[in-house]
Design a protein around this ligand. Structure first.
Ligand code: NI
Ligand code: MN
Length: 226
């Protein structure tokens, strides 16, 4: 299957004839190669309600008919905007026609800020385990380091993990290195950095410190096959 990175926390997975987008923050993302009015999607997976993760979800879903899989409160909120949603919550897994999705915990916040500044509660933030075509991908969402990542690593055979390294709002590189060790993924890709000045980090420096051969930096638009 093809997995590509599109800046910030945007990941695209193409497998089983489906296109799955994680956290499609495109408008306002100066670090992406995607165009919100052109990107294709059958499924949109969301980790939490922050605007830099929900991004262009509603517009893309309305144009493509994509199903949105999201934390319960966020799914309710988006469902009210007339898009197709499937609510889930931490610890819950579900077998979809494209693959299996399980939501894990993440330590962060979760709310959506409307254009007028109103803040809408969107439940708990989460990480996502996507198992598709025999491979398991872990998108950690936005999170600090937590020791139950060991449990996630013990109980899942993770082929590819996307970990935030931007610091300030999430783990920084040092904590993400410990996370990489605990989740035991075969391959680790840093995300959620260099989008804004506040989260500027050395992705290659991080990747080089991940256990030899396991760290990979993807620039926006880069694609790997797993
Ligand atoms: Ni966030
Ligand atoms: Mn974020």
């Amino acid at each position: 299957m093809k997995v590509s990175y599109h800046g910030h926390s945007v990941i695209k997975v193409e497998a089983n004839g489906k296109t799955i987008l994680f956290d499609p923050f495109i408008s306002g993302n100066g670090n992406t190669d995607l165009k919100a009015d052109e990107v294709e999607a059958d499924v949109i997976l969301l980790t939490h309600g922050h605007n830099d993760h929900v991004g262009d979800t509603v517009e893309i879903a309305k144009r493509t008919g994509a199903k949105i899989v999201a934390p319960f409160e966020l799914a309710e909120y988006l469902g009210n905007k007339g898009v197709d949603t499937h609510p889930m919550s931490i610890g819950g897994g579900h077998e979809f026609d494209f693959g299996h999705v399980k939501f894990t915990q993440a330590f962060h916040g979760s709310s959506y800020t409307e254009e007028d500044g109103t803040i809408v509660y969107t439940g708990m933030p989460m990480g996502i385990l996507l198992t598709i075509d025999g491979k398991t991908i872990y998108h950690a969402g936005d999170t600090g380091l937590f020791s139950d990542m060991k449990l996630i690593g013990e109980r899942n055979d993770i082929d590819l993990a996307f970990l935030p390294i931007g610091d300030n709002f999430t783990m920084g590189p040092e904590d993400a290195l410990t996370a990489a060790e605990w989740i035991r993924a075969k391959q680790v890709v840093p995300i959620h950095y260099n989008t804004f000045e506040l989260i500027e980090q050395d992705g290659k420096g991080f990747a080089n410190k991940v256990q030899p051969g396991k760290g990979t930096v993807l620039e926006p638009g880069d694609e790997i096959t797993i």
